[in-house]
Design a protein around this ligand. Structure first.
Ligand SMILES: [Zn+2]
Length: 336
């Protein structure tokens, strides 16, 4: 989502529940499924995967033998404390469920790397919400409501960052990165036959839009949100050597030709509308209805641009970008 990144707490009671051996509970819960693929969608905000890789995620969710894990680093609060981020979180959960159908949703907390993290699970999916403050479009410096904390400043200045629900604090960039890695390792234990899972995430190769000159030629993902870029930077530090990667183009894809049609386009639309519909329901209940952002859909809905890197390749500073055509995802065997 662009600037409008951003409801009452649906799970606040659970927030303070005790945490008896969460990893074991998670493991026991999903043990019988023989997953043949494990795919991560890791972004900042609640509508990022829907807008930039929604077709791929929906196709993955359809296959019960594919385990699909979503990680949202930001609360997407936009500096607001009026129920907006809670509404967006509901939207993200609804988008995932729209790709699964009628299956139970369970909510737990996992304790990883000394952090308590909210986890939703339904059939072959898990969704983690770290609820860190929105870093602010074209700024990366956060909002007064969240003490001007941001992932950018955690990375660049070592300024600690606390979840908007005050559930935990990340003291350092390494702490944040290692927590992401711990989530991915935990999920890997639920798909033990998958040696090289696939990670979908924003491309790190570009200057974020807090820099006025971000649109310089030759980068793969120009002028993306500072939070998107921060996620990319954290992942880049550890994914090579283990994970296949699909580095997606974020905001900049709006400048490229439409390239999604048919079922891919339709399924991506279903995810986006499920997100938007749930946000509308929740914000209506809050007294300030927010309609699905069709302007954002027009910018990104019919587009899907990314570049693929296999697990055994490095992530150099200046990679070869995919240009003008859709990249090829590593084949199923390569995902393992
Ligand atoms: Zn975003």
């Amino acid at each position: 989502m662009r600037a409008r990144h951003a409801g009452p707490a649906m799970v606040s009671a659970l927030l303070f529940a005790s945490l008896p051996a969460p990893q074991l509970r998670v493991s026991a819960q999903a043990s019988p499924q023989p997953y043949s693929a494990l795919v991560f969608y890791i972004g900042a905000h609640q509508d990022d995967w829907e807008l930039f890789r929604g077709n791929a995620a929906m196709n993955d969710l359809r296959n019960p033998n594919t385990r699909v894990v979503f990680i949202y680093a930001s609360a997407g609060d936009a500096g607001r404390t009026d129920g907006w981020w809670e509404a967006r979180e509901r939207g993200a959960v609804a988008a995932v469920r729209s790709g699964i159908g009628q299956e139970p949703l369970t909510i737990t907390y996992v304790a990883l790397h000394d952090h308590r993290i909210l986890r939703y699970a339904s059939r072959n999916s898990a969704s983690y919400f770290l609820r860190l403050p929105d870093g602010k479009y074209q700024a990366g410096t956060g909002y007064p409501a969240t003490n001007n904390e941001s992932l950018t400043q955690l990375r660049d200045a070592g300024k600690p960052i606390s979840a908007v629900d005050k559930s935990t604090t990340y003291a350092s960039w390494a702490d944040f990165r290692q927590t992401l890695q711990a989530i991915m390792t935990l999920e890997g234990t639920l798909a033990p036959s998958v040696i090289h899972p696939l990670v979908n995430a924003p491309d790190y190769a570009g200057v974020d839009n807090s820099h006025p000159d971000c649109q310089k030629p030759g980068t793969c993902n120009a002028c993306d949100h500072p939070d998107h870029r921060a996620i990319a930077d954290a992942l880049r530090e550890f994914v090579s050597g283990k994970y296949n990667r699909v580095w997606w183009v974020g905001y900049d894809s709006e400048h490229r030709p439409e390239n999604l049609t048919g079922q891919d386009f339709g399924r991506k639309g279903r995810a986006f509308l499920a997100y938007g519909g749930a946000v509308l329901d929740d914000t209506t209940a809050n007294g300030k209805p927010v309609q699905p952002d069709l302007g954002e859909w027009r910018s990104w809905g019919a587009r899907d641009y990314f570049r693929s890197v296999t697990w055994d390749q490095p992530d150099p500073d200046n990679p070869v970008c995919e240009s003008g055509t859709r990249g090829a995802v590593p084949n199923t065997a390569a995902h393992r």
